[in-house]
Design a protein around this ligand. Structure first.
Ligand SMILES: Cc1ncc(COP(=O)(O)O)c(C=O)c1O
Length: 421
């Protein structure tokens, strides 16, 4: 028995060494790894084709060899450069913790809000670095004035992370939550906007919508909803967990009051990173103990932060900017269109995402017939090296097509699906 254990240990050590060697080789092979990590701007570059660019992007990830990873909507894979930077920073921090954290490393951490602002079309003074989307929405919901009976308008397709903040308002301050029943797939922008218009009442004080819906990947026309709500004294919160990193984001143009997102999904950043945007004009309305010390990463009220992780997040933002956010969005939408078409050819399933690119996103979901169990499909895919997301309430599966995904990945998933349904 002991012999077996030591043999296994030896094997595991060999595997780790091989993996480490192959990762460092990857980092060394390509000159453009350095270019990316230094934040060189490829946005207007014509000398790098999409094929080369995204092959390189894929090379820079640390995903298991051969794994087909189609669940960025839950957690995105971070590039090697973030891992390297964080490891370096953790080491530096532990060499002289207080001096680093409140000295050079602390200063570097404080530059990240500005990077986020540039990445998302906002001002630095409007950005708070959180741990995730849930925290961002909770900070706002637990920090606003509320009168018993005031209404929240939202949908029946929101994620539990956003609902936590709304439920808090209902449980502690008498908020009434009204959920619009979402059509799926949605037919048109007009259908969605009419739904909002007809659901607002004189008591509506907050509207919460997802920029990209977690279930079907529906892309809400946020700018148009902002127009509808303009001048109505209704706080418009957007749950952006599934959007930045996939879509090009310009917060000032979108016009919402609040936007919360995670860094560890489509942005592919370190885990436990997030952003809360609050438009200047509504900042006085939100008072939460976490932000009484101001919006800087470290303050009297936020306390000590994880500087290495936050700095690593900043580097991933540089990486996205180097790739180009509009270019990434285009790539994601092309992949999603391919995925949509291939899934549409599979008999027995129903694609529940919108085909219209204005309403769709890089997420394509499909529901299974009653005779198939999505748990079984999930496990069978997982065991064959394909990571997908199971949507238990809908007996459905969600596919996330990010810039590193290939048509070949989609083909493999579809081939296995055909064997199962
Ligand atoms: C739309 C939406 N909102 C919120 C969340 C929660 O994200 P986090 O756990 O990073 O707070 C998710 C997670 O999948 C989501 O899809």
């Amino acid at each position: 028995m002991d012999n077996l254990i030591s043999q296994n240990k030896l094997l595991n050590t060999r595997r780790s060494l091989l993996k480490a060697a192959s990762i460092s080789t990857l980092a060394l092979v390509s000159g453009s790894v350095k270019a990316f990590s230094q934040g060189i701007d490829f946005k207007n570059s014509t000398d790098i084709s999409d094929n080369d660019l995204y092959a390189e992007v894929r090379n820079q990830l640390m995903l298991e060899d051969g794994l087909v990873y189609l669940n960025t909507g839950t957690l995105g894979p971070a590039p090697q450069l973030a891992f390297d930077k964080i490891s370096l920073m953790l080491k530096r921090l532990e060499a002289n913790p207080a001096i680093e954290n409140f000295g050079p490393m602390g200063s570097e951490m404080e530059t990240v809000r500005d990077k986020v602002a540039k990445f998302m079309g906002a001002d630095e003074e409007e950005i708070i670095l959180t741990r995730n989307t849930t925290e961002g929405i909770s900070i706002v919901c637990s920090g606003i004035k509320w009168a018993e009976g005031d209404e929240i308008l939202t949908t029946n397709h929101e994620h539990g992370g956003a609902e936590t903040g709304l439920d808090f308002l209902a449980d502690t301050k008498g908020a009434v939550i009204k959920k619009m029943t979402m059509p799926y797939p949605a037919e048109s922008k007009k259908q969605l906007l009419d739904l909002v218009k007809s659901s607002i009442t004189s008591k509506t004080k907050m509207v919460l919508l997802s920029h990209v819906e977690t279930v079907t990947g529906l892309r809400w026309p946020i700018k148009e909803v902002s127009e509808i709500l303009k001048g109505k004294d209704i706080l418009f919160i957007v749950d952006g967990a599934q959007a930045p990193g996939m879509l090009h984001i310009d917060l000032h143009d979108l016009g919402c009051d609040v936007y919360a997102c995670s860094g560890h999904k489509w942005i592919m950043g370190p885990k436990e990173t997030g952003v809360l945007y609050m438009k200047k004009s509504i900042q006085e309305k939100v008072n939460n103990v976490f932000i009484t010390g101001g919006y800087t990463a470290y303050s009297r009220s936020s306390g000590t932060r994880n500087a290495p992780i936050i700095i690593g997040f900043g580097d991933v933002l540089d990486w996205h900017m180097a790739i180009g956010t509009k270019r990434s969005e285009k790539r994601c939408m092309e992949l999603a269109a391919y995925c949509y078409d291939e899934l549409s050819k599979v008999s027995g399933i129903k694609v529940i995402s919108s085909k219209d690119p204005e309403l769709g996103s890089a997420i394509v979901s499909f529901s299974l017939p009653e005779t198939s169990d999505n748990g079984e499909l999930f496990r069978s895919m997982r065991d064959k090296g394909i990571t997908i997301k199971r949507l238990p309430q809908y007996n459905a599966i969600r596919i996330s097509n990010h810039i590193f995904t290939t048509n070949d990945d989609v083909d493999k998933m579809v081939a296995l699906l055909k064997e199962q349904v």
